[in-house]
Design a protein around this ligand. Structure first.
Ligand code: ATP
Ligand code: MG
Ligand code: FE
Length: 337
């Protein structure tokens, strides 16, 4: 059973061919990062236009690399939310055209579920129940996946997403875009105890997150240092900021897993590429006797394979999208339109 997975929710045009839900035959990712770099962030109009220009090529390349023809594909899966509406529409239109033309089943997929499912590709024997820490450019979620298609959100961010915090702090430090990998690299040369940044507690809900206070604390620190006429110690600030984010993410995830008696933890989303987060969460899970999985770096950031994987499982649950499938910018996990 071959699924074609299409992803255009943000700044990657990505297409993949996946066999039986978990075996990746090809995964092509055309990144638009150079296009957006000059603006210091993703420009929605530019993203849509880039998707239109590259989608056909990326589909062809994914088929070619998988050594299959369109005639051999059984199902088309596509991200229909959450994301930039104009960007999503390009993938949805392409998927509908392909599926309708060949009378194939069409499955609209939730992008955040996609990030979680990268772990099912990574680990062929992984099965729910599990607790997923999903940390991406726009989302920070603790999700209890009880079985396929059944989710309970146990925690989420009240303000900024973890990835957003990385990107904003990188901009303040003058490191560039996207900020996550640059902070990760800078932090290696710095002292994580140099500056004691706040670890936010959300009083009425133990597993919710808040990163805006931390972001402001970094900004204040940098401004104060500059006002005194000193140089900002970029590596120390990066390391101390990263340590604060990782402490909060790891402590809440462990507490949530232990409190709810969940025996497996998976990490996913673009921030799952962070080296300190991967290492720290792996170590803490091992200490607690909790199984742990994190996808390889290429599966952490946006890709078509994770979308094909969700589409495969949705289809096997009997879920089908109609031909009027539309982009839903604010789609939340577990929701269906
Ligand atoms: P969403 O999935 O919420 O819709 P998105 O698709 O834009 O948003 P992803 O592509 O999943 O987000 O992840 C991109 C984010 O991951 C960016 O914020 C980026 O800075 C961050 N990121 C990537 N690598 C690292 C890293 N090594 N350390 C920290 N953050 C990282
Ligand atoms: Mg991206
Ligand atoms: Fe994403």
């Amino acid at each position: 059973w071959l699924t074609l997975g299409i992803e255009t929710s943000c700044d990657e045009t990505a297409v993949s061919v996946v066999r039986d839900g978990r075996q990746v035959l090809s995964s092509i990712v055309a990144s638009q990062i150079p296009e957006h770099q000059k603006f210091g962030g993703v420009v929605p109009e530019v993203a849509s236009r880039q998707h239109v220009e590259t989608i056909t090529q990326v589909i062809d390349e994914a088929l070619r690399e998988a050594e299959v023809s369109l005639e051999q594909i059984h199902q088309v899966a596509v991200t229909y939310g959450p994301g930039l509406v104009g960007a999503l529409l390009v993938g949805v239109a392409a998927a509908k055209a392909l599926a309708y033309g060949r009378r194939l089943p069409l499955n609209g997929v939730n992008h955040i579920e996609g990030h979680l499912f990268a772990n099912f590709i990574q680990s062929p024997s992984l099965e729910p129940p599990l607790l997923a820490l999903i940390v991406s450019g726009g989302h920070t979620h603790l999700v209890h996946m009880k079985q396929y298609g059944v989710y309970e959100i146990l925690g989420k961010t009240r303000d900024d997403a973890a990835g957003e915090a990385f990107d904003k702090v990188a901009r303040v430090l003058g490191l560039g875009y996207p900020g996550g990998p640059l902070i990760d690299a800078a932090a290696r040369q710095g002292d994580p105890r140099a500056i004691d940044f706040p670890r936010a507690v959300v009083t009425d809900h133990p597993w919710d997150f808040s990163f805006s206070g931390l972001k402001s604390a970094v900004l204040n620190h940098v401004n104060t240092v500059r006002m005194k006429g000193h140089d900002v110690q970029v590596a120390d600030v990066a390391a101390s900021f990263q340590q604060a984010v990782v402490d909060v993410l790891v402590n809440k995830t462990l507490d949530c897993a232990v409190t709810n008696g969940i025996k497996q933890v998976v990490l996913s989303g673009g921030v799952a590429a962070n080296s300190l987060l991967r290492q720290t969460l792996a170590d803490r899970c091992r200490e607690q006797g909790i199984a742990f999985c994190a996808p390889d770096l290429a599966l952490c950031t946006d890709n078509g394979a994770m979308i094909a994987c969700v589409g495969y499982y949705d289809y096997s649950l009997g879920i089908r999208s109609r031909w009027n499938l539309n982009a839903v910018a604010g789609l939340s996990i577990g929701e269906r339109n």
